[in-house]
Ligand binder design. Structure first.
Ligand code: LRH
Ligand code: MN
Length: 437
């Protein structure tokens, strides 16, 4: 007996489900291999790179998400971080692409850290960057007696800043105990009215607070600063854009980097160029992948604009190819699943991120550089499009099959009856008020 509530997710069951799909996969894989070989690309090299590519699952996204208006829970909502890890393990079992989980404190705080670490290890999971939370008050939590209504690390009141600094230091220490190597700091601090906040004073308070966190980090621990254009503040946000984040990271220290959440920019902002700038500055922390059409919609990665996701990976693969100094980004999803089964959305999103990576590996970089040097704009654009329009499905399927995961993860998940099985174990949650979790 494997480790899941339903035997249909066992290795043997998955192998049985894959068996009838293998011949067609092999045929498609060989055909793609021949086509890529004509382009001077070794399909096996791409498949190996895809197989070693991983994106972290956000613990807070395996439960149903919501908006400020409402949240509509589904059956089998995770009750605690232990349930969340089991759901994350299902995603990894079916995709072989999500070996780590990003936790959020205090939502995922536990008294027995060793038990949590053991539970994750038993499920074959590790931990990526952990996240602090000073964007909500935590009633009854002795570590947060003061309110964050008017900010946290930038609050005008030094006592609130000290509370927020202490929380971040505690999150880093807890993360280090779990084997994580980084802390992501996102604060919603800002203003709703012109005049409400002194932009410079608030920014300098932010830097001072982050420096205090930085000074107390476990050895080799890294800070990820996450910028966001707006929400919950609707006039000004202290770390509103990559420029503010970069200035702060440069002021704080070498192990302070800038994390890019795709949804934290105005529509049509050229995010792939922001990525190139942060790589240049040796300050790219990594990503919170998702998709959006208007604001921080936290939609499934690749669901709205897969070409933008590809263009981001084109910058990343380019940086890798030229061995850009200090280039070691962390890849994480950060989404809110309001109308789908979060496990299904995270399965497809992990695969969409993997797909963008695989397509970016197919870019003929020598040809691209040549067309750029000759100002042949059209052929340069066509060189990227050719990679993007290559159907890499056989590579993604083969990487999964070889890893003992599911060739067709969604149908394997639905066939597993996992959602119904956990719904029998986990009490139903009432719907109602808003909020992302
Ligand atoms: C802020 C954010 C941040 C998380 C939160 C759940 O919008 O992207 O990364 O802490 O979502
Ligand atoms: Mn985020």
């Amino acid at each position: 007996m494997d480790k899941f509530v339903t035997p249909q997710l066992d290795q043997a069951a998955l192998a049985a489900q894959n068996a009838p799909l293998l011949a067609a996969l092999q045929e498609d894989y060989e055909a793609l291999g021949r086509g890529l070989a004509r382009r001077g690309i070794d399909i096996e090299a791409v498949t190996r790179a895809v197989a070693s590519f991983g994106v972290a699952t956000p613990s807070w996204a395996v439960g149903t998400g919501g908006t400020r208006f409402a949240r509509f829970p589904m059956p089998g909502e995770p009750r605690n971080v232990f349930d969340k890890l089991e759901d994350c393990a299902v995603i990894h079992r079916l995709t072989a692409a999500t070996p780590t989980v990003s936790l959020h404190f205090p939502w995922d705080e536990v008294s027995d850290v060793a038990a949590l670490k053991e539970h994750a290890a038993a499920l074959g999971l590790g931990f990526d960057a952990v996240n602090s939370n000073t964007f909500q008050d935590h009633p009854g939590n002795p570590a947060h007696p003061l309110s964050y209504k008017f900010g946290s690390l930038t609050h005008a009141d030094a006592a609130v800043r000290a509370q927020a600094v202490a929380h971040n230091i505690a999150c880093a220490a807890l993360g280090a105990k779990l084997g994580a190597r980084a802390l992501t700091i996102w604060v919603g601090d800002g203003a709703n009215f012109p005049g409400q906040q002194d932009f410079t004073a608030a920014f300098e308070r932010y830097i001072e607070s982050v420096q205090a966190v930085y000074g107390a980090l476990p050895a080799d621990f890294v800070l990820f600063l996450e910028h966001k254009m707006y929400e919950p503040a609707f006039y000004a946000t202290v770390i509103q854009d990559w420029g503010s984040s970069l200035l702060a990271a440069q002021a704080v220290g070498e192990r302070c980097l800038c994390l890019v959440d795709l949804g934290h920019h105005a529509p049509n902002v050229n995010i792939e160029m922001i990525v190139a700038r942060l790589v240049h500055a040796r300050k790219l922390a990594g990503f919170h992948f998702n998709d959006s059409k208007y604001g921080d919609d936290d939609l499934d990665a690749g669901a709205i604009d897969p070409y933008r996701l590809f263009l981001v990976f084109n910058e990343l693969v380019g940086a890798q190819a030229r061995q850009a100094p200090g280039f070691a980004p962390a890849y994480m999803l950060d989404q809110s699943h309001n109308v789908t089964d979060p496990i299904e959305s995270l399965i497809t999103s992990a695969i969409e991120v993997q797909r963008a990576f695989a397509q970016a590996l197919l870019v003929d970089r020598a040809a691209l550089a040549g067309f750029q040097a000759q100002n042949d704009a059209l052929m340069a654009s066509q060189t990227l499009k050719r990679a993007f329009l290559t159907d890499v499905q056989p590579i993604l399927g083969m990487a999964r099959a070889r890893a003992g995961a599911a060739i067709e993860p969604l149908s394997a998940y639905r066939a597993s009856g996992y959602r119904a099985a956990v719904a029998r174990i986990r009490p139903a949650k009432a719907g109602g008020g808003g909020g992302i979790v």
